[in-house]
Design a protein. Structure first.
Lengths: 409, 409
């Protein structure tokens, strides 16, 4: 095994902080939604940095960006994440994985290490899916799990087409969005949960990712005057939604085991104080370690919604927006992450990821691994998301050595 | 008593239909929110019609429009309503009262009747309050119940100031917004509830209006990742809101009597499928015939919200957006409406109004009366709101004769 490399933590911190200015929110987070002008600005900045180091940059049809270091004749080792964010999201969610991959490459360049396989730092398009559902569409099309033209046709809630917005910001590239032969893929990410922080650990070796399903429920009742309409004749879409949400929230506890259920999005129409809501749309995000758990939880939500809608005489439509099976990562990748974290003497543990990541889709086309660093108090998808400078540097050190090992052996 | 007049039903229908084109929705309703470009267009059209009949038009500081017929030296008889609508609202809600008042004036002109008191057809600004709460602000400032500058400073949910928007559409007039000496005020309106339609009646003689309170509840929990955050550590603002809404909806039935409670508006933040909502704002509209009922209902909502917020460890802020005491209209106005409906041989009954109207505020400064016509199936604040042509004509006939009697005697 070659000696250990150490990344330049100040350079990484500087770049993270510069990227975080694009779409910065007052409380220290970012709002940089996929395929907006701010997303373009973040991408432009990343490419400027890559080109300054003479990496060759390729943009594919979904706007995924690949910045390559090294020989062209072998399957590459890839590492990356995403630059888009949640609305009022955190500054490290995604951006850390992209910029740490680039930092790892620079570290190898600075150390005069020429790996025998090329290394690519990758930025995947629209990981969050909050503007254009479903999430992880850039890596999903790349892995052949979604159709490119279907992805182009997906619409935002304000009626814009994903493909049009991608072209509008100048990132609908020429190169085919399709995985070739890839040696390995690694993704470094903040944990987004409280486990590492609570235990005082520095590195999570991710064994796999929870399965998830996104349901969208549309309830149609009857809009009517709040003052003139007696309670007993109402068909109130929001009252029905509220009852469903209240009952659904209790399911994970009732079912026991490792379940998560979240209603993150809701929109009522006409949404006016003195009008009984005629229509409500809301989403339900269900997750579990195993596929049976995901299915059982989704089925219970559907049963509850059916019962409540029929009792209240409102129409109910349920659509599945996203459906990801649980994933187990490649043993050789998990082992390599663990070995490098151990060599760097970083306190660590093996764990599962609740959130999905681009690595989930990459695992369909090549051996894949993930590295977590702690999120302070487990706060994520929130402006107050934070990770210590030491942990940011530790994760990038692990990644740099993992990439070096993978590219040299 | 002078002979009965009859309005020109075709002319009224034509004008209603022309006004309904401004902001028309596909299903036959209108979206013409206060102080938007469409509101301006509706106002411009009304003024063109008034000026074509050589009425003198005055616009006050709140954008209320007064179109006067007849002698200038006596306290006027006023009749009117509003031209702004709910989002996806009905075409007769408000516009009918304004255009029928104007039709009544035209009918008297056509009949060569010169009343001894002037008659004014009035359009009150921002009755609905759905863009700029509270509702009925134009008549409220006019009646001295709200401060003009406070009203100007009120902001829409997208951060526009009411006074600026009023100026932007060219309707921040010069004349003082303050009631002078007014002989009587009448308002003709669709019922917006099912009572007249269910009983096959044509005219409602409105005895008074329910009291109402608008509460705005803001819940602050903690935004966090839907996948990474275990259920037991969450502080989910939407789950808290849903529980409050579900419990509050049952209050009217539990308390018995004439209560109405509606949650019409809700907004979650960041409102993304895979983020636990960190903040939710929603409104509660409570109504009852008596003040004690309104207070008791609002108190129960507050108690429920306090209990749930404290159990769930989320912050709760409750603000009162609107607070209107129940109103009883002037006996001489109610009696005159009943007398004219009887003379016209229209099936009728005395009743209370659940919705508030500009007439509520006018009742603070002059003897006031209201006339209702049926809403088919009681549907209102909805694109499908409808009233038969016969009922539209009948209501305007009553109004024309009520105005004539009030202006001549």
């Amino acid at each position: 095994m070659a000696g250990l490399v150490r990344i330049n933590r100040d350079r990484l911190a500087r770049r993270l902080s510069e990227m975080a200015k694009i779409g910065a929110t007052p409380a220290g987070g970012v709002t940089r939604l996929a395929f907006t002008d701010l997303d373009k600005e973040g991408r432009d900045l990343f490419i400027r940095w890559c080109e300054a180091r003479e990496l060759s940059v390729r943009i594919d049809e979904m706007g995924n960006i690949f910045a390559r270091y090294g020989a062209d004749d072998q399957p590459p080792v890839m590492a990356g994440s995403h630059l888009d964010s949640q609305p009022q999201g955190g500054k490290y969610d995604g951006a850390y994985g992209v910029l740490a991959a680039f930092e790892a490459v620079e570290t190898l360049m600075d150390a005069g290490i020429t790996p025998s396989r090329p290394i690519e730092a990758v930025c995947w398009s629209n990981e969050e899916g909050s503007r254009f559902p479903p999430p992880m569409i850039g890596s999903g099309v790349f892995a052949g799990l979604f159709d490119r033209d279907d992805a182009y046709a997906r619409e935002s809630r304000d009626g814009k087409k994903q493909g049009d917005e991608l072209a509008r910001i100048g990132y609908r590239g020429e190169s085919a969005c399709r995985a070739g032969d890839i040696h390995r893929y690694f993704e470094l990410h903040i944990e987004q949960g409280p486990v590492l922080d609570q235990k005082g650990l520095r590195i999570g070796i991710v064994e796999g990712v929870y399965g998830l399903k996104w349901l969208e429920l549309t309830i149609r009742g009857e809009a009517n005057h709040a003052g003139a309409t007696p309670m007993e004749v109402r068909r109130d879409a929001l009252a029905a939604a509220a009852e469903i949400i209240t009952r659904a929230e209790r399911l994970p506890a009732d079912m026991g085991g490792n379940f998560r259920l979240t209603v993150g999005y809701i929109a009522a129409s006409p949404n006016s104080t003195n009008v009984i809501p005629g229509e409500v749309v809301f989403t339900v995000d269900v997750r579990s370690e195993g596929q049976e758990g995901v299915e059982a939880l989704a089925r219970s939500v559907t049963d509850i919604a059916d019962e409540i809608a029929s009792r209240r005489n409102v129409e109910l439509k349920i659509q599945t927006l996203s459906d990801n099976a649980p994933v187990t990562f490649a043993p050789e990748c998990r082992d390599l992450v663990e070995q490098m974290a151990a060599a760097l003497e970083l306190p660590r543990q093996r764990m599962h990821s609740g959130p999905g990541h681009d690595a989930v889709y990459l695992s369909h086309v090549c051996p894949t691994g993930m590295i977590f660093v702690p999120s302070i108090d487990g706060i994520s998808h929130n402006e107050y998301e934070e990770t210590t400078p030491d942990d940011l540097a530790a994760g990038a050190d692990v990644l740099a050595n993992v990439l070096r090992q993978s590219a040299e052996t």
